[in-house]
Design a protein around this ligand. Structure first.
Ligand code: PLP
Length: 433
């Protein structure tokens, strides 16, 4: 499979180039050049097929010009030491738990695959890379955990000061070793802009072999298609016409789902669930895409006012809002509704969900009010134990923290505080490397 930039389809690259460049030189995002038909392979999977097997087979089918069958297998086995899990809440809604990885969020899937792929490709070339990434909460810790102690890769993570939960901050700042946390005095959009600018600044890129690892990187996006395919193989014998509900911020997760569908995943469609950062629901309503400054909400990993993967989706749908609407419905759930949902689901189903998952659940309910369809699967993007403050406030029960995260509470925070300017990041990079 070859890839092109959303802004210049004459710029054709292979997977390795797309992986290490992150962003295309013209500022666009890499997307698959041609549509692949993997429907035969996807339909050959059953509920007995393991997640690793699906990951390995899809990797090889998509990327055989980059990875051999053995390498695809090795990447899948090393990356996915954890699994997704399906929980049937009731006969209408099930939850696809994606938080059983090291950082207890779905981003572990993308980050782990990216790290293993990069390691394989760097070893082949005997090179060193610096990963630069912005996080609104969970990306950073997933990336940090995926890359820690890799010999030939340093990781620099930018995060908005005061806008990630205390635990998320510990996850970013306490790892040390080859992982460096930059605490930016600004918003996530600032962090994202600073990273984007650095990638287009030749003073930096000529000196440093920069790579990205946030949701714009194809190496993160592609593996996020695996769990849709796995979940579908798990349920297809018993349920038809499935709809996946995707709690969305930068829309990488949803874009991966759209790609899976275009490769032959036979599902009915997707529901995009957002918080008060409702640019996509507004866009589907009005046909006008108007990014906004990001708003702070309880589901803070989705506080994105200018979702970077809009550009990929727009290209996927040929910039036609009507095409968009055929595949996706979108709903916004505010903080008050989010709290009510956490409470309701706990009381009715005895299940504790994180605020992001609650946004997804709320959107599923709204969708069901509009249509009579019942078979919905809500992606659960983070472990509720990562959001103890919110959850305790709502249900007066403190969710159990996963073991991995308990250890972090005792560790020391080490961050480098920087201004929210492109110059500040440039200075840091050029003086450090
Ligand atoms: C990143 C994140 C999201 C949003 O995912 P996108 O791919 O950016 O749309 C949702 N929930 C959690 C917990 C996240 O960390």
């Amino acid at each position: 499979m070859k890839f092109i930039s959303t802004r210049d389809n004459g710029n054709i690259v292979n997977f390795s180039q797309a992986l290490f460049q992150g962003l295309a030189p013209d500022g666009g995002l890499y997307i698959p050049k041609e549509k692949k038909d993997l429907s035969q392979l996807i339909n050959s999977f059953s509920e007995k097929t393991s997640f690793v097997e699906i990951a390995s087979e899809i990797t090889y089918a998509l990327l055989k010009d980059t990875f051999s069958k053995t390498q695809s297998q090795e990447i899948a086995e090393k990356a996915f030491t954890f699994q997704p899990k399906i929980v049937n809440l009731n006969n209408k809604i099930s939850i696809l738990e994606l938080f059983h990885g090291r950082s207890c969020a779905f981003k572990d899937f993308g980050a782990s695959f990216l790290a293993q792929s990069m390691e394989v490709l760097l070893e082949e070339k005997d090179k060193k890379a610096v990963i630069l990434t912005a996080t609104s909460g969970d990306t950073g810790s997933a990336v940090a955990q995926a890359f820690v102690n890799k010999d030939n890769i340093d990781v620099i993570i930018l995060y908005p000061s005061g806008r990630v939960s205390p635990l998320q901050e510990k996850q970013l700042t306490s790892i040390g070793s080859n992982i460096k946390a930059l605490e930016v005095k600004g918003s996530f959009d600032d962090c994202q802009r600073m990273v984007k600018t650095a990638f287009t600044d030749s003073d930096i890129t000529e000196k440093i072999n920069l790579s990205s690892a946030n949701s714009i990187n194809l190496g993160r996006l592609i593996p996020q298609s695996f769990y849709y395919i796995w979940a579908y193989s798990q349920i297809k014998s018993s349920k038809s016409d499935s709809i996946f509900v995707v709690p969305s911020g930068n829309y990488g997760n949803l874009t991966a789902g759209l790609y899976a569908q275009s490769w032959g995943l036979d599902i009915k469609g997707y529901v995009a669930a957002t918080n008060a950062n409702d640019v996509i629901p507004k866009y589907l309503e009005s046909g006008l895409y108007s990014p906004i400054p990001s708003k702070h909400t309880l589901s803070n990993a989705m506080d994105v006012g200018s979702p970077s993967n809009y550009e990929r989706m727009a290209s996927f749908f040929h910039n036609d809002v009507d095409n968009f609407k055929k595949k996706i419905e979108a709903f916004a759930i505010d903080d008050k509704q989010t709290k009510n949902i956490i409470k309701e689901v706990y009381e009715k189903e005895n299940y504790i969900m994180c605020p992001h998952t609650a946004v997804g659940y709320g959107a599923a309910k709204l969708y069901q009010e509009r249509h009579s369809l019942s078979n919905m699967m809500v992606l659960s993007t983070a472990h509720p134990g990562k959001f103890t403050e919110v959850i305790e406030d709502v249900i007066s029960v403190k969710p159990e923290l996963p073991e991995e995260l308990k250890k972090l509470e005792r560790r020391e925070k080490i961050s480098i505080v920087v201004e929210n300017t492109d110059e500040a990041l440039k200075n840091y990079l050029l003086t450090t490397y």
